[in-house]
Design a protein around this ligand. Structure first.
Ligand code: TGC
Ligand code: FAD
Length: 398
């Protein structure tokens, strides 16, 4: 008789290839043995332990899909997703670090960079010796990056950057920033968005940390400020123009987030299941009541649908059939559902649910950021709405 699996109800893990399963197991071992013991304090003390970058690099978790010629592990997109799931099972902040380094820094350098840029940056990013960040959002332009005001003006031998980026993951610890700015070759030209590799030591460049975060506290977040920063020609992506550049990177990062949210949700479900089974009130386990049982049933149903979306999305990406709106659908659904599951799990833990020790409120707070960054829940709803109706509803123009 077939047995029902209460963690993987539709047995998706049994469908994974041998290679993908090995990557998943490596990531799971690492996350549980090395990240989990640091998670509570990392969050409480707002510390991103820099040795995590090197540890992740050593076992191939950074830029894992990138060509081994440049230091990557050359694994499948499904394997990349499985890594995100294992890392986010511990802390969305650690997954954020990994996503930015892999999808938002190594990926653009690998597809838009010159041979020299690839050889110079990718191997060190892959080992975690250097850290990268990605600057698209600005203080006045978040959901609408097309309106960005950071500028790059052509000067002799390079470009002069002015402006500021905000809410940038890894910025205070980054050695190199992939920065998107409106560039003008000539003062009469129409500005066009281009990508620049800004290095830590460049004059006029600073990256102050963002204080008082109540979410993703183990991830280092900050600004990027450019005051007449000279960026040499060799640090510019030569061909890519327009928003398509940053959006292609976002497709990859959002894909990883759709998987990562599965891990966070699974953690909160496992914790709730354990808690209501162990704790007795009114002379019986809390799990012996109807309401907690249906809450667990809802969690498992949502998690199963999230697993199915992520796994299928991985297959579509691996076979080159991915459409960005498929990613929007999964990012929006999986993060929204994970946040709901974390909130319900928090409630099922009663007073203990607000203690960091149980780590459920930790996930709940993290997921608030995950629901907002890389396109908010509603923005992905509007991307899908535009796809379904053919009418864009972002601006009054229609
Ligand atoms: P729109 O007219 O739709 O498009 C402009 C150009 O871009 C192309 N494009 C895409 N290309 C590839 N992939 C996609 N997903 C693309 N979406 C659009 C499009 O074809 C067009 O190309 P072309 O050649 O015709 O010019 O642009 P819009 O201004 O109307 O966009 C609207 C909207 C709302 C969809 C877009 O602005 C959006 O997605 N906003 C959300 C912003 C966002 O996600 N920011 C994320 C910042 S990075 C971050 O949060 C990192 S957190 C990391 C961590 O810690 O893990
Ligand atoms: P806004 O765009 O001002 O939106 C505010 C609210 O209005 C949202 O609910 C939104 O859904 C809604 N809204 C906006 N426009 C519309 C509309 N047309 N119709 C209906 N509703 C609308 N960015 C980077 O570039 N790099 C990073 O590494 C990075 N890391 C981040 C890390 C953290 C912890 C956080 C919180 C953010 C990070 N971001 C990063 C920024 C993130 O991508 C933005 O916060 C996000 O895109 C939303 O932009 P905003 O905060 O300006 O909100």
């Amino acid at each position: 008789k077939n047995k029902f699996n209460i963690d993987d109800a539709y047995l998706f893990e049994s469908e994974l290839s041998e290679d993908d399963r090995m990557v998943m197991e490596t990531a799971r071992d690492y996350a549980q043995s090395k990240l989990e013991p640091r998670a509570l304090e990392g969050n409480q003390d707002e510390v991103f332990d820099l040795s995590i970058a090197k540890e992740m690099g050593e076992i191939g978790l950074l830029g894992s899909t990138i060509d081994p010629k440049y230091g990557g592990a050359g694994v499948s997109d499904t394997a990349y997703g499985l890594i995100a799931r294992e890392v986010e099972r511990v802390d969305s902040g650690y997954r954020s670090f990994m996503s930015v380094q892999s999808s938002l820094v190594m990926y653009p350098i690998s597809i838009f960079g010159t041979e020299e840029q690839k050889e110079r940056f990718l191997p060190q990013l892959a080992t975690g010796e250097i850290i990268g960040c990605f600057g698209l959002t600005e203080p006045d332009h978040g959901s609408d990056p097309a309106s960005m005001s950071t500028t790059a003006v052509k000067t002799e031998g390079g470009w002069t950057l002015n402006g500021a980026k905000m809410w940038i993951t890894n910025s205070p610890i980054a050695d190199v920033a992939v920065v998107w700015a409106k560039a003008k070759e000539d003062k009469d030209d129409e500005p066009v968005i281009r990508g620049f590799l800004v290095e830590k030591e460049m004059n006029g460049f600073s990256a102050p940390a963002t204080k008082h975060k109540m979410s993703l506290r183990a991830s280092s977040t900050g600004e990027l400020v450019f005051e007449d920063v000279f960026v040499p020609d060799e640090n510019v992506f030569p061909e890519i123009r327009g928003l398509k550049g940053p959006f292609m990177c976002l497709n990859s990062a959002r894909y990883g987030i759709a998987w990562g949210a599965v891990g966070a949700a699974e953690f909160c479900y496992h914790k709730a299941r354990q808690y209501v089974s162990d704790r007795t009130q009114f002379g019986k386990p809390i799990a012996a009541n109807q309401l907690p049982q249906t809450k667990l049933a809802n969690m498992l149903t949502d998690i199963t649908s999230m697993q199915m979306l992520a796994w299928r999305l991985g297959q579509l990406k691996d076979s080159g059939r991915l459409h960005p709106s498929m990613v929007s659908l999964a990012k929006r659904n999986n993060v929204g559902k994970a946040l709901e599951i974390a909130r319900v799990s928090r409630d099922m833990h009663g007073g203990n649910g607000i203690s960091g020790e149980y780590r459920v409120i930790h996930h709940m707070m993290n997921l608030e950021s995950v629901n907002t960054y890389e396109g908010t829940y509603d923005i992905h709803g509007l991307i899908l709405g535009r796809e379904i109706t053919g009418i864009q509803a972002f601006t009054p123009k229609g």
